[in-house]
Design a protein around this ligand. Structure first.
Ligand SMILES: Cc1ncc(COP(=O)(O)O)c(C=O)c1O
Length: 386
């Protein structure tokens, strides 16, 4: 198993004068603290012992009902509450999926680069990786087809983050979505659609989820409350039409932790049940992150030398940059001395073979800090280039 560069870095960012573009942390000042306090009180008054008791493995009915209705409204699916399993963070969902799908040496298909936490989860089950080319429109379907056609044994699943991907902020283009589903269907390979950022869209239209396409292949959709409520609650969900897979996931979860915390689920369900307040809360997050994305992008345009290339994601929490000819792990050493941190790209590549990328988080620091941080980062880059 490899240590997570990100978790290591979080230790450095505890220092107050460090500007961090490193972690994938939501803005803490936007957490709905008063609302969660009120909901907790209400849950205690209304449910009392039930909210503190053991509950069923798949999650409390109120949560599963809400998840099914929200996914149907946003993604064009037709899920029933029984199609939903509440998990302890989507990270647990990834672990459970790996647990039921993977034997040592099995192949998993990943975007290149891909979410580090998924690689970590799959590493624990001794997965091997096939990587698919990606560009600004996400996975390139022709490359996916080539990889599946050439695979020595049938990969167990393709893992994708189609909206505002971690680490690149890229979105799988609308016109590629059905193609990806059909290719996987043709080769008999399941899809894991990890979508923690889909609700954080700053502009443009929401795109159809892969799981909304009718197919004979298994698609597992993973969503989370971490970015629209609070990651500390660890309330997240898996949804799939595949009953057999769902039952295996429930058994795997039983063995792992019996159930997700009952209290957190009740409080979560209570808050999202206050429809207007919750929608307003999500809209505020989107507005603030959009502004921060704008500030970071403008600062990059203003300060970075020509060797730095960067994108402008339409949502999420990350922007991706590359620096021609620079190993960003070297850059990180220099920038840490200047008290700015980011995540070097290498750890996101399953083969760890590309070293010039960096993931810049724009959700956690305020606008002034973002400006200062990018200015300092550009100084470090200029120093390294000279
Ligand atoms: C793509 C992706 N999947 C899963 C997770 C884990 O989220 P959770 O807090 O729901 O475990 C993250 C967190 O950053 C993520 O970026």
């Amino acid at each position: 198993m490899r240590a997570s560069t990100i978790r290591e870095m979080l230790r450095v960012t505890q220092q107050p004068d460090v500007i961090s573009f490193g972690g994938g942390l939501p803005a803490p000042e936007l957490f709905p603290i008063d609302e969660i306090a009120t909901c907790t009180r209400e849950v205690m008054d209304e449910y009392g012992p039930q909210a503190l008791q053991y509950s069923v493995t798949s999650g409390i009915p109120e949560m599963r009902e809400w998840v099914a209705r929200r996914l149907d409204a946003h993604l064009g699916t037709s899920f029933e509450p029984d199609d939903v399993l509440i998990v302890n963070g989507s990270q647990q969902g990834l672990d459970l999926i790996a647990r039921i799908f993977l034997d040592p040496g099995d192949q998993v298909v990943l975007e290149n680069p891909s979410y580090l936490g998924a690689i970590q989860a799959f590493d624990a089950y001794q997965a091997r990786y096939l990587t698919v080319e990606t560009d600004e429109g996400g996975v390139v379907p022709e490359s996916l087809e080539r990889v599946l056609a050439r695979a020595e044994s049938r990969p167990k699943f393709v893992y994708l983050v189609p909206n505002f991907q971690n680490p690149t902020g890229r979105t799988l283009a609308a016109e590629r979505r059905e193609a990806v589903v059909r290719i996987c269907e043709r080769y008999g390979v399941a899809i894991v659609e990890d979508d923690p950022y889909g609700e954080l869209r700053f502009e443009g239209d929401h795109l159809r989820a892969l799981v909304s396409y009718k197919t004979t292949e298994t698609i597992l959709y993973s969503g989370t409350g971490s970015k629209i409520m609070a990651p500390g609650m660890r309330v997240a969900w898996l949804a799939t039409y595949d009953r057999e897979v769902r039952e295996k996931l429930v058994l795997a979860k039983q063995g792992a932790d019996l159930q997700s915390g009952t209290l957190a689920q009740y409080v979560f369900a209570r808050y999202v049940g206050k429809n207007e307040a919750f929608e307003e809360h999500v809209a505020t997050i989107v507005r603030v992150y959009r502004e921060r994305r704008n500030v970071m992008h403008a600062a990059l345009q203003a300060h970075m030398p020509a060797q730095v290339h960067f994108n402008r994601p339409e949502g999420g929490m990350f922007l991706w940059a590359t620096v021609d000819g620079v190993d960003t792990e070297e850059l990180l050493k220099l920038s840490t001395a200047q008290k700015v941190v980011f995540v070097p790209g290498r750890s996101f590549y399953p083969q760890r073979d590309i070293t010039n990328g960096m993931r810049l988080n724009f959700s956690n620091a305020g606008e002034e800090k973002i400006r200062q941080g990018i200015e300092r980062l550009s100084d470090s880059i200029r120093t390294l280039l000279s």
